[in-house]
Design a protein around this ligand. Structure first.
Ligand code: SF4
Length: 460
């Protein structure tokens, strides 16, 4: 029985060319990350320290959140608390309504994706413009991100060129990246100049100072917040770091892990409203407090959304972000989806080869693969275990606990080599799509050993 993930992945890999460049592009980013990490001798210590700082902060979240909010308010920022996505959206809308905002310019925020803010605001009559280039491309195409850092990584520049011809009146057939970037810049500049309010996410919230830190490569967050008097920040409760010293640990790790850059092009610190303007921070829980109480999965709260676990994941690279049913794909998305609603997102746990590469690259040392393994072990108790796999496991157990039967079956196994293909490669053998079974040896190792066909060596 194929899972939803397997079915969507099948569609993705049908286009072999697409599968290949998607895989190669992400692997290239992973290699850039490795080069950066190798240049820092204390890299592993930094990862260790980052993980510990995050766990420390998560274990004293109430204390640090209070410190953050009182410092922010002291700086003239209005702080709001949202227990879930609905409250978050209502708070944002009430601020916009009060200021009679007609157009909102946004920089990339996975939290607003999580809360489905855009459709909510659009329904209320507010024009929402994504200003991150990848996000804007997807917004114009009516699609959602397939990667948390490079949202349009699955799009080829020819597709973008065609889109820009339609939406931005660009030259026909011109898909030169520099030309397309200049076109988008001209187009977005008009949007910035006519927007009434700016919205950003937050990569970090510094408890000691009450400031938020936003990292971008395009400067779009800075454009929006410089031109508009109203700035709204959407921030998850887990984004808090204790102080500026610990912030430095994360900014050293983030860009290197995400894109293989020494730092993001823009690392902007927002500490107070613009003169004559307003700044609001909406601090969102939306299920995070429950994760805090879950000792097996609390580590997911350490995530700094760098996307490194996606870039390295052999399944993500070859199946694409849309093959996952949760809006965050890859190893961290598998875990977050299960924490959100196991009954809805359970099929993603099969999208893992348990190679543990994600554990090895995660800058905050989250045990992603261990968690996925645990979810798999619990599938049966959730009544979501694959029936075919269950049946096969029972069959294997039956066979492996009966040595005589096992040996007989093994003797007969080479007969498979002579069966017509349809008996082996059919709908029941999902593994066989695109793969060939090795030929069974005519005689088993044990039998050859017993007959002395294999020379025994004694190295004593
Ligand atoms: S789980 Fe780790 S590697 Fe994956 S996005 Fe989060 S911080 Fe990055």
């Amino acid at each position: 029985m194929s899972t939803k993930h397997a079915k969507s992945a099948t569609l993705f890999i049908r286009n072999r060319e697409q599968e290949q460049w998607h895989n190669e592009t992400l692997w290239f980013v992973r290699q850039k990350r490795d080069n950066m990490a190798m240049r820092i001798p204390e890299w592993e210590d930094l990862r260790e320290l980052a993980g510990k700082i995050k766990m420390h902060t998560v274990s004293r979240l109430d204390f640090y959140l209070e410190m953050f909010s009182s410092e922010a308010e002291r700086n003239g920022i209005t702080v709001h608390w949202a227990k879930d996505a609905r409250e978050h959206n209502e708070i944002v809308y009430s601020i916009l309504e009060k200021h009679q905002v007609k157009k909102l310019v946004k920089s990339k925020s996975m939290l607003t994706e999580e809360c489905l803010l855009n459709p909510y605001l659009i329904e209320k009559g507010i024009e929402v413009v994504e200003s991150d280039l990848g996000e804007r491309i997807l917004q114009l195409m009516g699609e959602h991100p397939s990667h948390i850092v490079m949202p349009a990584i699955h799009k080829k520049r020819e597709e973008v060129g065609k889109l820009f011809e339609e939406k931005m009146d660009s030259e026909k057939g011109n898909s030169d990246p520099t030309y397309l970037t200049h076109t988008a810049r001209r187009y977005l500049r008009r949007e910035f100049l006519t927007a009434d309010a700016a919205m950003t996410g937050a990569n970090f919230g510094v408890a000691q100072t009450g400031e938020v830190v936003v990292c971008t490569n395009e400067g779009n967050a800075d454009m929006g917040t410089s031109l508009c008097k109203l700035h709204i920040v959407s921030m998850g409760i887990e984004k808090i770091v204790p102080d500026l010293k610990s912030l430095g640990v994360f900014t050293r790790l983030l860009a290197r892990s995400a894109t293989g850059q020494p730092s993001t092009t823009y690392t902007s610190h927002y500490r107070k409203p613009k003169e004559g303007g307003e700044m609001h921070i909406v601090i969102v829980d939306n299920g995070r407090s429950e994760i805090k109480g879950d000792s097996e999965h609390v580590q997911t709260l350490k995530c700094i959304r760098c996307g490194a676990c996606m870039n390295t994941c052999p399944v993500y690279r070859r199946s694409g972000g849309y093959s996952y049913t949760y809006f965050i794909p890859g190893p961290v998305g598998i875990n977050l989806g299960m924490l959100k609603c196991p009954g809805k997102y359970y099929d993603n746990v099969s999208a893992c080869s348990l190679c543990y590469s994600c554990n090895n690259v995660c800058p905050v040392k989250i045990d992603l693969a261990d968690q996925i393994y645990r979810w798999r072990q619990n599938l049966d108790s959730l009544r979501k275990a694959d029936r075919t796999k269950k049946l096969m496991s029972k069959g294997m157990k039956f066979l492996f606990t009966r040595p005589a039967l096992y040996r007989t079956v093994l003797k007969m196994a080479p007969a498979i080599n002579y069966l017509p293909r349809i008996f082996v490669y059919n709908k029941l053998n999902a593994w066989g799509y695109g793969r060939e079974l090795p030929r069974f040896a005519g005689e088993s190792f044990t039998s050859m050993w017993k007959k002395g066909k294999i020379r025994k060596t004694n190295k004593q």
